[in-house]
Ligand binder design. Structure first.
Ligand code: 5GP
Ligand code: ZN
Length: 113
């Protein structure tokens, strides 16, 4: 999508600090980290949010979750980490291209809402 920020990061039109990339997905550092390690993992196909995941496109989501442990290990997140996806206005989703936050590097607050 031409007006999507994360599609522009995928195309290279907007630079990012990449930590992992393959033919299906990209992982890069969040520009405003909420924890010592804060990485976003996105599919290279434009899916607007968790609400846009279907039986037809969910293989890339499985691929993302297969990659996350290796990304976390490469970042040295031996103490654990959190994976979050905000979906829609009430969750505070600001970029409407599916993404999973990996947060870690310190003990995280247990507050969820
Ligand atoms: P959301 O609020 O939609 O769950 O998460 C969007 C995330 O994208 C936020 O954590 C925000 O800091 C991050 N973000 C917004 N614009 C950019 C950008 O241009 N580059 C990078 N690397 N992250 C961004
Ligand atoms: Zn997009």
């Amino acid at each position: 999508m031409s007006d999507c920020l994360f599609c522009k990061i995928i195309s290279g039109a907007i630079p990012s600090s990449k930590v992992y990339e393959d033919d299906q997905i990209l992982a890069f550092r969040d520009i405003a980290p909420q924890a010592p390690t804060h990485i976003l993992v996105i599919p290279k196909t434009h899916i607007p949010s968790v609400d846009g995941i279907t039986a037809e496109n969910s293989a890339v989501v499985a691929h993302i979750f297969a990659a996350i442990p290796a990304i976390a290990a490469a970042e040295g997140l031996t103490g654990g980490y959190r994976v979050v996806s905000n979906c829609g206005a009430d969750a505070g989703q600001t970029v409407h291209h599916l993404h999973f936050h990996i947060l870690g590097g310190k003990p995280l607050s247990l507050e969820m809402a």
